[in-house]
Structures are given as structure tokens and as C-alpha cells.
Design a binder for this molecule. Structure first.
Ligand SMILES: Cc1cc2nc3c(=O)[nH]c(=O)nc-3n(C[C@H](O)[C@H](O)[C@H](O)COP(=O)(O)OP(=O)(O)OC[C@H]3O[C@@H](n4cnc5c(N)ncnc54)[C@H](O)[C@@H]3O)c2cc1C
Length: 407
């Protein structure tokens, strides 16, 4: 396999185009574009991702040692654009694969060798073991503990709202390893094996009637010492990098409709819906639809800017702007769908797919306003780090965590 670190933009574009023409066949594209994916990754998708990784299109800006081509970010985005043109998945993972990027940046050699490839090929399921019953927005207040015992850590505590925990093989875990230093300094970050007797997963019911997130009870679970990312006690820094990747993907978009009914044209969904409901001529709706679409396009540009920052190694605060904007956009789209449908929006179920989708998307908008940090917390970050406003007072920031008072 030859790599293209010395090729120019045009020859790279031709190379990726030719590869897609040969490999992104009608059969494969039809199958992958028609499947409904959320938590489960189909065998067909895994096969496709394997090809993309082998051809070194998945993470082209990464070093060759890690399935990359060691090319500049600008060239990597040429590849992503060609994949996007034909709607082929798998490219751009050097920017949007939260797990693999965090592991590559902070993991130890052995763990990287074991998991980077499987993560890029979506062969390993992951979850985020961050939030706890007493620590959500104030994540640095976590009380799950990890105590070093020889070649492993013994972990005890409870996590909550853990999306995908039931199917995950590993969880990115934050746990306290030092109680004698202030709260941000005693946290470590791990890849925690989920399939072990010390981990019990209990599903929670969501507003959308689904159960993707869970409570996770951790009792004497073991994590090999080599599964720590970053140095012991430096987990807060690793976490911030991982959160920025998460916010960037949440700022980019969200789950689509649930009814399974596919739109057959390429129109903006809101325009399509208004046309179907014979309401596209109504000026007040046209104005609202135009505004919603404009916000979406503007946010896509903002997210691209933030991702460029992230690829330079900074955990961009602009991600918070994108995530907050996407949260508002999704709520507005849900509201607008409901307004376009009028009384029909009161219906639900398979016989009324347009109403089903409007209701589901309205409820699911809360996913983006809470998961990955609430809208209010994003506003705090923007206020402090983008606008330079004074920080919120934090009375427990400088005292040893074991002396922090709890209710
Ligand atoms: C769909 C979904 C999926 C999720 N998936 C995961 C997951 O996979 N893994 C995981 O670890 N967690 C996950 N979460 C949890 C999520 O990260 C937390 O719910 C979130 O961080 C808020 O924490 P909390 O629920 O404890 O609320 P709290 O922190 O208790 O906040 C309660 C309210 O107070 C407000 N508030 C809190 N602090 C401030 C402040 N300083 N300034 C202003 N307002 C404030 C909040 O905005 C909120 O409105 C998920 C949540 C959702 C909804």
C-alpha cells in the first residue's frame, strides 16, 4: 500500500474518487444507506469500515503506524468531502471518532495496539462512564474511586445516564485516585472493561420510551493499570479533550426521524414537510423554515471552524457554541414540525409517520440539551472562555477533596 504524503491535492482527490468508484458499489451503498443505525453496527457496515481503514481513508492525518497517511488536515478534508459527496461512511474519523482520538492522544502503546484498529472499524462497543448521581454538571465532584493494587486498579462506585452501557465492551471511566488534592487534580481516566462480574448495568426508561441509557453499579471491578490514559491524577485534562470531541459531534447533528419512512427527494426536510402538508405558500411558515435552515447552515460552518481548532490540538471552547446552537436548532425544528402539521401532530405511531417523527424529534431534542453538558453549562463555558467574563465562584476548588462537604 502506497501512502500519499507527497501527493498534491488534485491527485489525492482523483485517487480517493477512483477508490470510491471501485468500492462504493450500488449494492453496498444501497444496503448501508437504507439501514437504521443507532447502537448496533451491522456486519455490512463493519465490513465496509474495514475496507476504508485498510485503504487508509479513515484517519488520513494520523501517522502511518496508526492506519493514517500522515497528510495535513487540509488534505484529509479533501478525502472527507469526496466520501460525503457519495454519502459513504467511515472517513473523517481523525476528527469525529471520540474514542479512537482520545486513545491515540493519551493511551499507552499496548492499549493503542489492542484497540485503535477495532475502534476505527466499529468492532468494539463503547460507553462513557462519567456522570454520577451526585456529579453531573459538576463532574469534578465524582466519588467513584479507583485504588491501585499492583498491576491493576480496583474500582468502586456508581455511574448514571450511561448511554450504551448494556452493549459496551469498554467504558471511558473517570474515577478518583487521590482524595488528598483538590477535586480536579485527583481524577484519573481509564478504559474500563465492562464485561466483568464487578459491573452491573440497569436500564433506565427515557422520555422517548427507549432505554439506551443506564445506571451502572461498580463493585470491586478491576481495570489493568495499562488501561489508564494520561498520568494518574491527570484525568481531568484527558476528559476535557474527550468532551470537546463529544461536543463537536453533538454540535454537528443528531439522530434523525424514527418512523423509518425515508424522504425520497433531497429537499430540506422542513421544506419537504411543509410541501406535503400543502403549507409551503404560507409566508409566516416560510420565514420560520428559512430561519431554521439558515441557523443550521451557519452552525455547520461554526463546527467546521471549531474542528479545525481541535485538530491543531486545542480543546476548542467554540465546540460549546456549536453544541448549544444545535440544541436550540433541534428544539426549534421539533416545534416547527409540530406547527406545520397542526392538529395531525397529536397523532402517533406507525400509521402516522409524520406526526410520529415530529413528536419523537421534539422529545429527543432534550438529548442534545442535556447529554455531554447542559445548555446552561455550555453558556457558562462560552461566557468564561469565549467572552472572557469572570468565572463563577467555586468554594471547593482549592481544598483537598476529602474535606469537601457533601449534603
Ligand atoms: C440522553 C442523554 C445521554 C447521556 N449519556 C451519558 C453518558 O453516556 N455518560 C455519562 O456519563 N453521562 C451521560 N449523560 C448525562 C449528562 O452528561 C448529565 O445529565 C449532564 O451532565 C447534567 O448532569 P445532571 O443530570 O447531574 O444535572 P445537574 O448537574 O444536577 O443539573 C441540574 C440542572 O442545573 C443546571 N446547572 C447545574 N450546574 C449549573 C451551573 N454551574 N450554572 C448554571 N446551571 C447549572 C443544569 O443546567 C440543569 O438544568 C446523558 C444525559 C442524557 C440526557
Amino acid at each position: 500500500m502506497t501512502t500519499t504524503s507527497n501527493t498534491n491535492d488534485e491527485s489525492l482527490r482523483q485517487e480517493v474518487k477512483a477508490w470510491l468508484a471501485e468500492n462504493w458499489t450500488q449494492d453496498i451503498s444501497k444496503e448501508l444507506l437504507n439501514e437504521q443505525i443507532y447502537w448496533e453496527v451491522s456486519a455490512a457496515r463493519k465490513n465496509w469500515l474495514k475496507k476504508v481503514v485498510e485503504a487508509r481513508w479513515a484517519v488520513p492525518s494520523w501517522p502511518e503506524e496508526w492506519h493514517g497517511r500522515a497528510i495535513a488536515n487540509e488534505q484529509a478534508s479533501i478525502i472527507e468531502r469526496e466520501f460525503a459527496k457519495v454519502r459513504a461512511p467511515g472517513a473523517g474519523q481523525d476528527r469525529n471518532n471520540l474514542w479512537a482520538n482520545t486513545l491515540l492522544a493519551q493511551g499507552q502503546q499496548g492499549l493503542k495496539e489492542k484497540l485503535i484498529g477495532p475502534l476505527l472499524r466499529s468492532e468494539v462497543n463503547m460507553c462513557l462512564l462519567y456522570s454520577e448521581p451526585g456529579a453531573g454538571s459538576d463532574l469534578a465532584g465524582i466519588r467513584t474511586r479507583a485504588d491501585k493494587q499492583g498491576d491493576h486498579y480496583l474500582v468502586n462506585g456508581q455511574k448514571v445516564w450511561t448511554s450504551g452501557a448494556a452493549t459496551a465492551e469498554y467504558g471511558m471511566l473517570v474515577a478518583r485516585t487521590n482524595w488528598d488534592v483538590p477535586k480536579h487534580q485527583g481524577i484519573s481516566f481509564f478504559f474500563c472493561p465492562m464485561k466483568q462480574s464487578g459491573i452491573e448495568v440497569r436500564p433506565l426508561k427515557q422520555i422517548t420510551n427507549e432505554s439506551h441509557f443506564n445506571e451502572v453499579f461498580i463493585t470491586d471491578a478491576t481495570v489493568p493499570a495499562e488501561n489508564i490514559l494520561g498520568a494518574p491524577g491527570m484525568g481531568w485534562q484527558v476528559l476535557n479533550m474527550a468532551l470537546a470531541y463529544e461536543r463537536s459531534s453533538m454540535g454537528e447533528g443528531a439522530r434523525g426521524p424514527r418512523s423509518g419512512v425515508k424522504q425520497t427527494n433531497k429537499e430540506e426536510p422542513l421544506i419537504n414537510l411543509a410541501r406535503e402538508a400543502s403549507r409551503l405558500d404560507e409566508p409566516h411558515l416560510r420565514q420560520q423554515i428559512a430561519q431554521a435552515i439558515a441557523y443550521k447552515k451557519l452552525n455547520a460552518l461554526n463546527t467546521a471552524r471549531a474542528k479545525a481548532d481541535l485538530s491543531q490540538g486545542t480543546s476548542s471552547s467554540i465546540m460549546s457554541l456549536g453544541k448549544l446552537a444545535m440544541s436550540r436548532i433541534l428544539h426549534e425544528e421539533g416545534r416547527l414540525r409540530t406547527e406545520i402539521l397542526g392538529a395531525e401532530s397529536l397523532l402517533e405511531g406507525a400509521d402516522h409517520p409524520r406526526a410520529e417523527d415530529a413528536n419523537f424529534l421534539s422529545l429527543n431534542a432534550y438529548f442534545t440539551s442535556i447529554g455531554g453538558g447542559t445548555d446552561q453549562v455550555q453558556r457558562n463555558i462560552i461566557g468564561e472562555r469565549v467572552l472572557g467574563l469572570p468565572k463563577e465562584p467555586e468554594v471547593d476548588k482549592t481544598i483537598a477533596f476529602r474535606d469537601v462537604r457533601t449534603s
